[in-house]
Structures are given as C-alpha cells and as structure tokens.
Write a protein that binds this ligand. Structure first.
Ligand SMILES: C[S@@+](CC[C@H](N)C(=O)[O-])C[C@H]1O[C@@H](n2cnc3c(N)ncnc32)[C@H](O)[C@@H]1O
Length: 279
C-alpha cells in the first residue's frame, strides 16, 4: 500500500498531505460522493500546476510529430496541454479512477481537443505505452522504479519527464528545480550491448566491446595484438560519443546508432570515414 511507503520521506509525506487536501476539496465539490479510494491507488491524486505542466512539455520538446502518454492522468491536464499548447499529434491518458477519466474527457471536450486526446480507465502497470514518443508522469519513487525497465526498453530517443521523483540510479539527462518542485528529463539511450566491428579507411578492423550503464559507457577495442581503451562514452537517444585511446593519440568518435549500424555524425569534427556494425 502506498501509504506506508509514503511515510518514508519528508517529500513524500508532504505529497500525501497535499493529496489529502485535494481529496477533501474534490469531495466537497462532488457533494455526497464517497471519498476517492486512495488506499487502492499506487499514487494519490495531486495535480501538477499549469506552469509546471508547460515546463515539463517544454523540457520534453513536445512537437507535432509526438504522441504523448501521461501515466496517471488525473484531470487530463498534461495530455490536453500536449495537444492544445504544443501541437502534439495525439495524447493518451491512463488513469485508474473512473471519475477522473470522466473529468478529463470533459476537460478535453471543453478545450476543443477531444479528437486528438483520449483517456481510458486502465492500470498504468498493465498499459502498453510503447507507441509513445514522450511519457509524462507525476507518480512516486517506487512506482517510477517499477516502470524503469519498461521505459528503458522503449525506442531510443523516447523522452520521459517526471514531476518530482527520480529514477534511482538512472541519472536524468536534465534536472531542474522550480521552487520546491523537481523536474527530470531522461532520453531513452540506444542499447550498445554486444560486440561491434569498427571499419575505418584501409586500417584493420577493430572489435568494439561496450560496457554500458544507462547513458554512459566505456569499453575496449581490439584487433590483432592491439588493445585500446574506450572512455568517456555517452549516449543521447541514438547519438553516441566516445574516445578511443590509441598510440597515435585520443580519437573522438561521434555517431548515430541506426539499427545494427553506427554511422558517423557530421559536424562534430571527430573521426571520419568509419562505420561500425553489430556482430
Ligand atoms: C499525482 S497524480 C498526477 C495527476 C496528473 N498526471 C497531474 O500531473 O496532474 C497521480 C495519478 O495517478 C493515478 N493512479 C494511481 N495509481 C494508478 C494506477 N495503478 N494506474 C493508473 N493511474 C493510477 C491517480 O488516480 C492520480 O490521478
């Protein structure tokens, strides 16, 4: 139950108190309605303020080509703003409380975007959000951690924005504070596991082995008797950068992962005339 988990930290306790206040307010608005069944929720209902919604969508750089999923969509504000204010081609809100889904649908109707935004009563843990190019969330630390493997399995370049809570040791690509609020952005990194063959000019091929940890990696390059270190590797979506330490000096590689190939990235001034393919 989330209540016992919530008592673990001051920030989360504050979150709980805010939720209780909002719950009471909603109940008052709804007259005799029963209170929301918070104990059945993985996360209580607390709204993200409008300015924070706007900043979350800005950090994710939501554009017309994006499809946004808000996990635990509440009154629909993030999904609606993605379409109305950022021109996303579509958005989907997953929410377990049916009354909030009704409220979100009415809000989308009022905002004139109901053709491009939909809301469904679903459990976010069983929802397939693989078609999202942007995932937004205002959940809780352990819920984020449970979602992490799924998020890391999404196509490279998918953006994930979280209001308030992080992803444990998956460091964000960007973290900013807005007063007492925290906003986090992750860009799902390409997966480099396995061996790659690096071909360059007339030189001998090298086998690259990467040791990746989220957006960072190091590794080794070998060919014949040669063995070189790969250092300072970083990934942003499909874009990768690393340094190869050879006798001739430090060589910078900037590339783009395209399926089973890595191709040089123009305009970075690093090595040219190379390509790598997955073995
Ligand atoms: C903190 S609120 C965030 C609401 C909205 N995204 C926002 O930022 O304003 C979390 C929402 O997640 C919903 N929720 C909790 N557990 C859920 C679950 N297992 N599946 C789907 N939604 C859930 C709650 O009902 C609540 O509306």
């Amino acid at each position: 139950m989330w209540v016992s988990r919530a008592l673990g930290g001051v920030a989360i306790a504050a979150f709980f108190m805010g939720a209780a206040a909002q719950g009471a307010e909603r109940q008052a608005r709804a007259g005799a309605e029963a209170p929301p069944a918070y104990t059945e929720l993985d996360v209580p209902y607390v709204q993200t303020p409008g300015a924070v919604v706007a900043r979350m969508l800005e950090l994710a750089d939501v554009q017309a080509s994006d499809f946004v999923y808000d996990l635990g969509s509440g009154d629909g504000r993030i999904a609606i703003a993605a379409v109305r204010d950022r021109g996303a081609k579509g958005a989907f809100g997953v929410e377990i409380d049916p009354r909030l889904v009704d409220e979100a649908r009415a809000n989308a109707e009022r905002a004139g975007v109901s053709g491009r935004v939909s809301f469904e009563v679903q459990d976010l843990f069983t929802t397939d959000f693989s078609r999202a190019s942007v995932v937004t969330m205002y959940l809780l630390p352990d819920v984020n951690l449970k979602l992490r493997p799924t998020l890391l399995g999404m196509p490279a370049g998918t953006r994930v924005v979280s209001h308030q809570f992080d992803m444990g040791d998956w460091a964000p690509d960007l973290h900013e504070r807005q007063g007492r609020r925290n906003l986090y952005l992750w860009v799902v990194p390409a997966r480099l596991h396995g061996k790659w063959t690096l071909q360059q000019g007339q030189g001998d091929d090298l086998t690259l082995e990467f040791d990746q940890r989220y957006q960072r990696f190091e590794g080794a390059a070998s060919g014949g008797a040669a063995r070189y270190q790969i250092r300072d590797g970083w990934i942003r979506g499909n874009e990768i950068h690393f340094q190869l330490y050879k006798e001739s000096g430090v060589h910078h590689y900037a590339g783009r992962v395209e399926g089973d190939a890595i191709l040089p990235l123009a305009g970075w001034g690093g090595e040219e005339g190379w390509r790598a393919r997955r073995q």
